[in-house]
Design a protein around this ligand. Structure first.
Ligand code: SAM
Length: 322
């Protein structure tokens, strides 16, 4: 097992199945152009082999499938079917929910029981302004269907000053009423926001600001969370839970156990580092050749992690999926 001086190791793998996306969210894709799949994306089989090798070489226990938008990828079914047989503790998926109702039978058959749905507002006009793709009612229908199918749902919201701050309470109420756990994600200095402090600071909403807003209506208590959790979790007694991924306010680098693999075969050990390590060429090699080379790259990837706090990264979320 590869462990660093701070005792960190990779346990959680996030795979960006494709960089294609049917949205062009303002904070992720500043030019508003829909993303297409990269030409050199790995096949479903190569990606699944990557997961198998990473389970062995890094000790990966949990997998999250993300993107781009994973549900637009034609590789989804073959990939899920392959990784479903690898004995992972948990396989989950992050989606914008636009194709959720349509793909639900596939996800249920593949054994997916937990999904995160990204939803920044319940206002249809604001939705169009932020997501610049898709349609709000379709996402809500998708979540209803997933909920009825017994899936555990977390909703990811990025609060943005001037765009959706008025939606914090409506979204919280919506989630509490349905038993979904709302996760606020503090805006991250990624991609264009890493170089544009003004744009970042104008939109950024902190954990403290969120808690003050929520505290006007609800009493809440801090709740338990796993030691390597990214979110600070809160309970509103008798109503439910919410969380805040407060990468700026409560940095979690010291306990980070995440490893990311892009759709084109690059390993990223840290969102805040522009270093990446190519493993696409190893995935055609037999295990005995691939694993030692992979281990050398994993040592480098682990060394890319920040000691204390995320400081920003030129990498764009659409490439590595958050
Ligand atoms: N398409 C899928 C979705 O919408 O959930 C998966 C990919 S998306 C990049 C994953 C998550 O990253 C979304 O919840 C999105 O809101 C979040 N995200 C993207 N850019 C971000 C940023 N700069 N700061 C915080 N969260 C961001």
């Amino acid at each position: 097992m590869i462990v660093d001086r701070q005792g960190r190791r990779f346990r959680n793998l996030r795979i960006s199945l494709t960089s294609a996306c049917n949205y062009a969210c303002t904070y992720c894709v500043p030019n508003g152009k829909r993303l297409v799949a990269a030409q050199d994306e790995l096949s479903a089989e190569a990606m699944a082999r990557g997961v198998a090798y990473l389970i062995e070489a890094a000790g990966i226990e949990r997998l999250r499938i993300t993107g781009g938008e994973p549900l637009v990828s034609p590789k989804l079914e073959a990939f899920m079917s392959a990784v479903g047989k690898m004995g992972l503790e948990d396989i989950s998926l992050t989606t914008n929910g636009q194709l959720l109702a349509k793909k639900l039978p596939l996800l249920v058959d593949a054994g997916i029981r937990r999904i995160n749905v990204s939803l920044d507002t319940l206002d249809a006009g604001a939705f169009r302004g932020i997501a610049r793709g898709g349609d709000l009612a379709t996402v809500l229908d998708g979540m209803n269907a997933a909920n009825a199918a017994g899936m555990k749902i977390k909703v990811n919201m990025v609060p943005l000053r001037g765009q959706n701050l008025d939606q914090v309470m409506p979204l919280l109420d919506y989630c509490l009423e349905r038993g979904y756990e709302l996760r606020f994600i503090e805006l991250m200095r990624m991609g264009h926001l890493a170089n544009d402090s003004n744009a970042f600071l104008q939109q950024f909403v902190s954990l403290q600001q969120l808690l003050s807003l929520i505290g006007e209506r609800y009493e809440y208590l801090q709740a338990d969370a796993p030691v390597d959790a990214t979110a600070v979790r809160y309970e509103i007694p008798g109503q439910g839970f919410f969380g805040v991924i407060a990468n700026e306010s409560v940095p979690f680098c010291r306990t980070c156990s995440r490893l990311r693999l892009s759709s084109t075969g690059w390993l990223h050990g840290c969102l805040s580092s522009s270093n990446r390590h190519y493993i696409g060429d190893l995935l055609d090699k037999p295990r005995h050749q691939a694993l030692p080379a992979l281990q050398r790259l994993l040592v480098k990837a682990l060394g890319d992690k920040q000691e204390v706090a995320f400081s920003g990264g030129a990498t764009v979320m659409k490439i590595i999926g958050g």
